[in-house]
Ligand binder design. Structure first.
Ligand code: TGC
Ligand code: FAD
Length: 390
């Protein structure tokens, strides 16, 4: 069996198109060739593999669902999900780089931007000539972005932007940032801020134990003059950034299945090879229980993601449905990473195997794009009609 063959216990491949399977296999090959050989070293040494940005562009990983006329792939949401799955099989940090570019930078420019903004930025973002980031979270406003204090004033010829964002994926390397800020009336708008604008800086966040191959930083705005044509004109209010999160959270629900599969496959192989008490450890019931439960949870997660993709393709996926899949699938992947690590015993903590890296990465994934508990509360609100956030 090819070790990279994903488990497909319920023949879910039969529900995918030829095109889906081709895309998945192309991205899987790319990950095997370009990411797997370097990723452990990048993480151990906290290196963001910048050279991959162009390559992600070449394989069409940036903006797969954006129409072809803007440089995107014109593909459906299931193709997007499969691309996320295969990249995250390699590393969650690499999937972060790609999902931020696609769902949090290209999507808002495509969905809320002017025609001129779309023509100016989307083709370059698609090709990897430009890297973007998304600034919503602030030091004092994470789960509650509506409290943000970053703001802009209308100065007649331009907007004057002040404030700071924190925990921003891609920020230290980004050419542009889609930034969410309040106007003088307190209404949230998106602005495209370009590197090089005076007063704009992107300090790197150091000492992360998670997503070490992805670069994370702040966005600091000190009287930045933003040209008026850089405001996203077609949507405002908190619903604008939250609409982008729907797309990114959907991608994560697929992505983490890749990380889980990589852990499961590694543990399954190891269990068959590792001899203790004169037998492969795979022959012990407790190890079989772990493997059986992992396969069950992966299969359930695959079905959740696929059905959500069908709903998204039909324009029917709701925020609460997306929360259910993001929450369930990330927790599933984290649990599988932890159980797989146990199957590997001491070897599980080393960089010889990918499991500890996935496990540490998933600690961020269960927190960003809405924490595990915030997604539970989004579901709770949907069920009861009562918001328990406040
Ligand atoms: P609430 O009153 O519920 O909603 C405010 C307005 O927004 C509308 N809305 C949405 N619109 C579109 N899509 C959605 N998903 C929407 N959810 C809500 C809503 O209808 C309302 O519209 P209107 O017209 O009535 O004003 O807002 P709230 O302040 O009570 O907040 C609700 C809550 C807590 C669920 C929300 O704030 C939330 O989701 N918080 C979590 C924050 C979060 O997820 N941050 C993520 C930052 S980005 C990131 O982490 C990137 S990591 C990327 C990577 O590296 O991969
Ligand atoms: P807090 O909101 O302070 O939450 C702390 C704890 O309190 C959590 O357990 C939470 O569930 C709980 N809590 C909060 N409110 C409630 C409540 N009402 N009820 C019950 N429990 C509650 N943001 C961006 O904008 N762009 C990015 O690119 C980005 N990338 C990121 C990359 C990494 C590596 C990380 C770690 C984060 C990133 N984030 C990004 C930020 C991320 O979205 C936030 O960390 C997340 O939304 C949580 O916010 P917080 O860290 O401030 O935690």
């Amino acid at each position: 069996v090819d070790v990279f063959e994903s488990p497909d216990f319920y023949q879910i491949d039969d529900l995918l198109s030829e095109e889906h399977l081709m895309i998945r296999s192309a991205v899987r090959d790319f990950v095997k060739k370009e990411i797997s050989p370097i990723i452990e070293d990048c993480c151990q040494n906290n290196i963001f593999p910048k050279h991959l940005i162009k390559k992600f562009g070449e394989i069409g990983a940036f903006g797969p669902t954006i129409p072809v006329e803007y440089g995107g792939g014109g593909l459906d949401n299931i193709a997007y999900g499969l691309i996320m799955q295969e990249i995250e099989r390699g590393d969650s940090g690499m999937r972060s780089t790609v999902s931020v570019q696609s769902s949090l930078v290209m999507y808002p420019i495509y969905a809320y931007g002017s025609e001129a903004q779309k023509r100016k930025y989307l083709p370059k973002l698609a090709s990897g000539e430009m890297l973007g980031c998304f600034g919503l979270t602030e030091p004092d406003h994470g789960s509650n972005p509506s409290g943000m204090v970053t703001n802009f004033k209308d100065m007649g010829d331009y907007y004057l932007l002040n404030g700071a964002k924190m925990w921003i994926s891609n920020s230290p390397e980004a050419d542009i940032a889609v930034v969410w800020a309040k106007n003088e009336q307190g209404r949230i708008h998106g602005l495209i801020v370009e590197r090089g604008m005076e007063g704009f800086s992107t300090p790197t966040t150091h000492n992360k134990w998670s997503l070490r191959a992805s670069c994370t930083g702040e966005l600091v705005f000190d009287n930045v003059k933003v040209p008026k044509e850089n405001l996203l004109p077609n949507k405002s209010g908190l619903g604008a950034p939250l609409g982008c999160l729907d797309s990114a959270r959907y991608g994560i629900a697929w992505g983490v299945i890749g990380a889980a599969m990589d852990c499961y496959e590694t543990a399954r192989r190891y269990a068959n090879e590792r001899i203790q008490f004169g037998k492969p450890i795979a022959s012990f019931q407790l190890v079989q229980k772990k493997l059986a439960e992992m396969l069950t949870e992966i299969t359930k997660a695959q079905l959740l993601a696929l059905r959500l993709g069908q709903l998204k393709n039909a324009g029917k996926a709701t925020t609460a449905q997306i929360s259910m899949a993001k929450r369930n699938n990330v927790a599933m992947a984290l649990e599988i990473a932890r159980e797989s690590r146990q199957i590997l015993g001491g070897m599980g903590i080393t960089g010889e195997y990918p499991i500890m890296r996935h496990s540490m990465n998933l600690e961020s994934v269960i927190t960003y794009e809405g924490t595990h508990d915030i997604h539970l509360l989004i579901l709770g609100k949907e069920i009861t009609g009562i918001a328990a956030f406040v």
